[in-house]
Design a binder for this molecule. Structure first.
Ligand code: PLP
Length: 442
């Protein structure tokens, strides 16, 4: 048996995801434990978590009720097949989620990740129009700078060129993209939703005119684009997209993998922003990041069209070995209970103005060309170093880590999304560390 507990394993064998592997392995950054708002690095330093891990640890790290639920579940029922069999936990979690979800989005399909949730939602959209006798509705509309995970469906509707270019030969064929809504000439230093840009939703009309509404199944967007650098939707934009989808009989999918579970001060962005989609894909915060899990919430009519309209037998030929895994559902139930008992979504809403003030205090520091925020999300955009886009952002990330804060760099955008348990003093500490880093790197 290989000894996986020895303190210094070789770093060679593990090909790391979305990582500069060669540079990382020359100077690794290893986290060895976590509790509450902090990680502990391999050299013993405490690191303030400004990113909730990867936008997922919304209730803070290693929370006892979640840890206990996972341990008990693993000992009681390690695994139960989810095809033609079930276990109570997945039904209980679906019921709890349905109660949190907006409108009649009360049917829930479980996956293991955000990427799987996105691909599942796209497949459900196709199955729905098949069931309705509209099989020509097969096109999808995504958005530039959208991130929908890394499945072939997700990278096809996604709009990040770096994630697509190596695979361009095999992307899904029937896809169009809306323009993104980020334009520093109009919306730099916006607090909350920018006032400019609602009309960018009208690009959907142009796509409809070109393709024909009868060929379009669904539009998929992140209500707030997260991974591409916190792009906050202009006021009225999502409402306009909703109205256009209604007019043309197109489904609207919100990818809430980041915005779900309290990030904007409500269970989902749909509620925080008052726009009801037809499906919501989610993951991450569903288990507080403690066990991989995702879900797709579907309006009841979509579910019923597919399930009740099918002949006897399996209605949807889709699912994963680990859909609704007992460990994940136990973690999910404990997580939702923690969000409820600690009022963490309300807490995020209450803290949002404090958060906004603190992040906007970075305006005016060296190389800062934008600050933007919504709920407990924010981003700082830095002027790219000439000839080296992304280098300044990465240096800031490294410097912050050296000095005790975890932030996330995507190119020259630094994103912040702390656990919702963050204290006002820790907000000041986080942005204080960032300010010092900006001055050091000036
Ligand atoms: N969709 C959105 C909006 C995301 O932000 C992410 C991940 O950050 C994903 C999908 C993919 O999730 P996963 O990495 O769990 O597959």
């Amino acid at each position: 048996m290989p000894d996986t507990t020895r303190s210094a394993p070789s770093l060679e064998a593990h090909w790391m995801p979305f990582t500069a592997n060669r540079a990382f392995k020359r100077a690794p950054r290893l986290l060895v434990s976590a509790s509450g708002m902090h990680y502990t690095a391999a050299d013993g330093r405490r690191i303030l978590d400004g990113t909730a891990g990867l936008w997922c640890v919304n209730a803070g790290h290693a929370r006892e009720p979640i840890v206990r639920a996972i341990a008990e579940s693993a000992a009681r029922l390690d695994y139960a097949p989810g095809f033609q069999m079930g276990h109570p936990g997945s039904f209980a979690l679906a019921e709890r989620l349905a109660a949190l979800l907006p409108g009649d989005l009360d049917r829930v399909f479980f996956t293991n990740s955000g990427s799987e949730s996105v691909d599942t939602a796209l497949k459900i959209a196709l199955a729905y129009f098949q069931a309705r006798g509209e099989p020509r509705r097969a096109r999808f509309v995504g958005r530039q700078r959208g991130y929908h995970g890394v499945g072939f469906g997700g990278i096809s509707v996604g709009g990040l060129e770096s994630n697509r270019k190596a695979y361009a030969a095999q992307l899904l064929p029937l896809i169009d993209h809306l323009p993104h809504t980020h334009d520093l000439a109009h919306n730099a230093f916006s607090r909350g939703q920018p006032g400019w840009g609602a009309e960018l939703a009208d690009a959907l009309d142009a796509i409809v005119a070109q393709r024909g509404a009868e060929t379009i199944a669904a539009v998929i967007v992140e209500p707030v684009a997260g991974s591409t650098g916190v792009l906050v939707p202009p006021r009225g934009y999502l409402e306009r997209l909703r109205a256009l989808c209604d007019r043309h009989g197109i489904l609207l999918i919100f990818d809430e993998v980041i915005t779900g579970f309290g990030r904007l001060g409500a269970p989902f962005a749909a509620q925080a922003l008052g726009v009801l989609p037809d499906m919501i894909s989610c993951a991450k915060g569903i288990t507080n990041g403690a066990v991989p899990m995702g879900a797709v919430a579907v309006r009841r009519g979509i579910h019923d069209a597919i399930v009740n309209g099918a002949p006897a037998g399996i209605e949807l030929f889709h699912g994963y070995t680990y859909s609704g895994h007992p460990l994940a559902t136990a973690a999910g139930l404990a997580t939702l209970e923690l969000y409820r008992t600690e009022g963490l979504f309300e807490r995020a809403r209450t803290l949002a103005p404090v958060w906004e003030e603190a992040v906007h205090a970075l305006r005016g520091l060296p190389h800062v060309i934008d600050v933007r925020n919504l709920g407990l999300m924010a981003a700082l955009e830095l002027e790219p170093r000439p000839g080296a886009p992304g280098a300044r952002g990465f240096d800031l990330f490294l410097d912050c880590f050296q000095h005790g804060a975890l932030v996330r760099a995507t190119g020259d955008v630094i994103a912040f999304s702390p656990p919702l348990i963050i204290e006002p003093g820790q907000i000041d500490e986080l942005f204080g560390l960032v300010a010092e880093a900006l001055r050091r790197l000036a």
